[in-house]
Design a protein around this ligand. Structure first.
Ligand SMILES: [Zn+2]
Length: 449
């Protein structure tokens, strides 16, 4: 994107004049950002810092190299951490973020640092066994009032990799091509270069030489835009709370009055997420969250766990009580159903329709509905047919064997359905239907009685 506004033009010009990443930066990165390791396979080791390989001669009782131990490379004399690995190549990528002051702007330069190490063997012919490359991918230019202008390399179509060969150019806040729907890809959280330059406004807002372990872009913009909570944390040394706020992404104190009590009592919160939980618990128990006695516990974990257990006990008790009430309600309902069923169906009890082999009788209790449903694998019980006030349910049997279950409407005196096992029709279906139809007068008579 071409610079359009006055601010963008200024940033673009300053950026073009800005010197490249220096050798000092690069040296610092190679020392501090990458793991210094020796890869051990059997008794051979090689160095991730120079590629040199050697045989571990300490393989005797005198003491072999213990894994996780340190050893020294006999070639480059770097202290190395020993790791078991068969790999012959090691690659790593990390970001270094450099804080600089340029033309009144607070600048954050993000540099992708890549390291590739190859093991030296008798056969390798490559000239260099360790290669470092550095790509400055993003510059954030932030004004004293927190307005950010981004210069960055373009990204490939997928939005997941930089196009290294292209120069930095002005980007709008949300990615010039609109690929990035969420997050802020330019606010990279890299390792902070040790020498930190800050504009005076940031110092006034509480950042000292030791930059806190928080995403620098977010902290800087937030402070310069006048975020009092972040400033308060910085000035009172509540670093755990600061970190927690920024990790959560709320950038605000959840329980500010309680937090202020802590500060008044010079109480440093060491575990912010646990403290937040704890204050939440205090509120649950209606404790005074403006009282130092509660909000500044000597042993946060113990007090926290105490309340967690107490709350859990209460909730268990509440759940048990709920279950008990539910059971009572259920039992009451069951009894009512039975009573209602008797009252409604009593007049049909003793009804018997038969053609000599098939006998049809009403189901005369809720228990019988249950047995019928279970034996026939259908839903006469599950769907609570015993509750229907306008249906008479009958069971057709030959001897003891259940054949079909029949529903007769007490409004129309028609057969609503007649079903066998698993809702299928049986070979007796037509016979059963006609038998009921023939005797529908009996049902009518019982109904009228
Ligand atoms: Zn070495």
């Amino acid at each position: 994107m071409k610079p359009r506004t006055k601010l963008q033009k200024t940033v673009s010009e300053l950026s073009n004049k800005l010197s490249e990443i220096t050798n000092a930066h690069k040296r610092w990165a190679t020392e501090h950002l990458f793991a210094h390791e020796a890869y051990k396979c059997k008794n051979e080791l090689w160095c991730s810092d120079c590629g040199g390989a050697w045989i571990d001669t300490n393989n005797s009782e005198l003491g072999a190299i213990i894994l996780g131990d340190s050893t020294e490379c006999p070639y480059c004399h770097h202290k190395l951490k020993v790791k078991v690995s068969r790999k012959k190549k090691s690659t790593d990528e990390v970001y270094m973020s450099i804080l600089q002051v340029v033309g009144g702007f607070q600048v954050i330069r993000h540099v992708l640092c890549c390291k590739c190490a190859y093991k030296k063997t008798a056969y390798t012919t490559i000239s260099s066994h360790i290669r470092y490359s550095f790509f400055e991918t993003v510059q954030e230019w932030i004004t004293a009032d927190g307005k950010r202008t981004v210069m960055a390399k373009p990204m490939n179509m997928g939005g997941n990799g930089w196009i290294y060969s292209s120069p930095l150019s002005i980007k709008d806040e949300y990615g010039s091509n609109g690929y990035y729907h969420y997050g802020d890809i330019y606010a990279i959280y890299g390792y902070l270069y040790s020498k930190v330059e800050l504009i005076s406004e940031l110092k006034k807002r509480g950042i000292s030489r030791k930059f806190p372990d928080v995403n620098p872009s977010r902290l800087i913009c937030s402070l310069l835009k006048g975020d009092n909570d972040a400033e308060l944390c910085l000035k009172t040394g509540q670093m755990s709370m600061l970190k927690h706020m920024f990790k959560e992404g709320y950038y605000q104190l959840r329980y500010k009055p309680s937090f202020n009590i802590c500060n008044r009592n010079h109480y440093i919160i060491k575990d912010a997420s646990m403290w937040n939980d704890y204050v939440g618990l205090l509120l649950y128990f209606h404790k005074d969250v403006r009282n130092a006695h509660y909000v500044c516990p000597k042993d946060l974990k113990t007090e926290h766990d105490l309340l967690v257990n107490k709350k859990r006990d209460i909730e268990t008790r509440q759940r048990r009580e709920q279950e008990r009430m539910e059971k009572i309600r259920h039992e009451k309902e069951r009894k009512e159903n039975i009573a209602r069923f008797y009252k409604k169906m009593e007049k049909f009890f003793g009804l018997k329709i038969t053609d000599g082999s098939i006998t049809i009788r009403p189901l005369e209790s809720v228990t019988q509905f249950y047995q019928e449903g279970k034996a026939m694998h259908h839903c006469v019980y599950t769907n609570e047919y015993y509750k229907l006030s306008d249906s008479l349910i009958l069971s057709a049997r030959i001897g003891e064997k259940r054949i079909e279950t029949i529903e007769v409407s007490l409004k129309t005196f028609e057969i609503v359905q007649s079903r066998g096992t698993c809702n299928k029709n049986t070979e007796y279906h037509e016979r059963i239907i006609s038998l009921v139809k023939k005797n529908i007068g009996l049902i009518r008579k019982k109904m009228a009685s």
